[in-house]
Write a protein that binds this ligand. Sequence first.
Ligand SMILES: Nc1ncnc2c1ncn2[C@@H]1O[C@H](COP(=O)(O)OP(=O)(O)OP(=O)(O)O)[C@@H](O)[C@H]1O
Ligand SMILES: [Mg+2]
Length: 345
Amino acid sequence: MTVSLEQLRRCHVAVDLGAARTRVYVKGVGLVVDQPSVAAVNIRNGALIAVGEFAEQMTGRTPDYIRVMRPVSGGTVVDIDMAQRMLRHLLGEKLRRQLRRKPRLRAAACTPHEADPLAQRATVETLVGLGARRVELVDTLIAAAVGCGLPVEQPTATMIMMCGAATTQVAVLSLGSIVTAARIPVGGEAVDHAVIQHLRHQHELMLPSQSVRPLQIALSENGLTLQGPSTTEIHGRDVATGLARSVRVDTAAVRDAIHTPLTAVLDGIGKILRDCPPDLVADLADRGIMMVGGSALLPGLDQMLRDATGMPVLIAERPDVCAVLGLGEMLEGNISSMVLSPLTA
Ligand SMILES: Nc1ncnc2c1ncn2[C@@H]1O[C@H](COP(=O)(O)OP(=O)(O)OP(=O)(O)O)[C@@H](O)[C@H]1O
Ligand SMILES: [Mg+2]
């Protein structure tokens, strides 16, 4: 099945169900939802207690009978029922009423590159359960490339690197199609995990999940690549005694810990460049790599890529929402000529 721009133009709503965040774009309105893909449920009676930001704040702080769930994992909907309930609440009554008025609601959604048929089916079923009569699936790499304004339909190569929570996807695009692409199962979650493991092993400190981001921001002063002598203070819980404790952490050591998962990403990029026809590699040397996705904001990741590839590296203006904004552009009919043949659908 192939999606045409014409079919996408007839869609009313675009959805990006990510491992970390859910985004919804409504045609003629804009981005209406950008919230964590999290739901908190009372397991005694099955009632939904909170979704989005509120539910995320509950992580690790709930009594036994409340469970914080993530219905999307690794870029795939793993709990269709919960994903539908979460989306219903994130949309809110007013928007849902607005969408119900459409006689034949059509939805567009982006799926990871080379998502398997089961994963595609799960996305479609989630949206059908919310009232969509038809669901068009678009490769997230193409949607993001459109969303960050890359000239995808031209006969020159562009390289996009989508740094998500669960995966990093890299592709070379030309004439609106993917020439070569790779999906590496390493993303922001793996980076957070590396930081948590480092503190556990080196400092015997358990870090609350909410403290990982401030630590990464502490690194931003001199990025991932420069080796500064600075230290930063971190509060957590002692692994052995269980008591609250704070330690001074050497930021250079944390940087090294983060490097380990990122080497898989660098290998993936190397493979893409080797698989790419030489004419296109020459274009890429000029145009460089465009980084999109939330983890593109990881301090110093762009410099690390520059050092590893010797190519120019740019971060999109709004990297985290590029994919859904790209779908939005297609819905609004702002894209005139694009060969959309190899879209997954
Ligand atoms: N300022 C930041 N610095 C470092 N990492 C960040 C920052 N902002 C977001 N992230 C990371 O970006 C990730 C979320 O990215 P994104 O919103 O693209 O994920 P997603 O689309 O839900 O995931 P996926 O596409 O893999 O399903 C999270 O892992 C988060 O830790
Ligand atoms: Mg995503």
